[in-house]
Design a protein around this ligand. Structure first.
Ligand code: GNR
Ligand code: NI
Length: 168
């Protein structure tokens, strides 16, 4: 297994739109396992392939307290089933150290494929629904900072750019 480096805002590669996964092979399984290892190591509850510079429609999630409920979503899509909004203080491994409140539809129905390519469907609400929407946004080149004010986003950008210069 391997830990993969995570791209950080404002890296332009986080803006790429990912392409569908078409081949379900051992290489994909290794990538999925490396993504879980990277997500758990970073104490994240989700990770999209875009964040590790792989522009394929693939994401992993584990919102459980005990970190024993891994979920894989390949080529995911969703529809809103409860359009009431729920607010969460969102963070992102690609925007380290910053948290902002984001409103998203409360209940969704998700269609996706599993690691073997089998189609499945689940209904989600609460933090799982929020996390799935946050991850699918990554696959479309979007970040939670796109939902906050331009002023706040610019402040976050400046601070992270400074951090990146220090460590470069
Ligand atoms: O670890 C994460 N926590 C989180 C908290 C609230 C809403 C979304 C998230 S996802 C984030 C991990 C991440 O950056 N996934 O892309
Ligand atoms: Ni994120």
């Amino acid at each position: 297994m391997a830990l993969l480096p995570i791209l950080e805002f404002p890296d332009p590669r986080l803006r790429k739109v990912a392409s569908p996964v078409t081949v379900f092979d051992l290489k994909l399984e290794v990538l999925i396992d490396d993504m879980f290892e990277t997500m758990y190591d970073s104490q994240g509850i989700g990770l999209a392939a875009t964040q590790i510079d792989v522009h394929k429609r693939l994401l992993v999630i584990d919102v459980s307290e005990s970190k024993d409920s891994p979920l894989v979503f390949i080529n995911p899509s969703f529809e809103i089933i409860e359009d009431e909004l729920s607010e969460y203080d969102e963070g992102c491994l690609s925007v380290p150290g910053f948290y902002e409140t984001v409103s998203r539809p409360k209940g969704i129905k998700v269609q996706a494929q599993d690691r073997k390519g089998e189609k499945f469907e689940i209904e989600a609400e609460g933090i799982l629904a929020t996390c799935i929407q946050h991850e699918i946004d990554h696959l479309d080149g979007k970040l939670f900072v796109d939902y906050i004010s331009a002023l706040k986003r610019q402040r976050i950008r400046s601070k992270l750019e400074k951090e990146h210069k220090k460590s470069a």
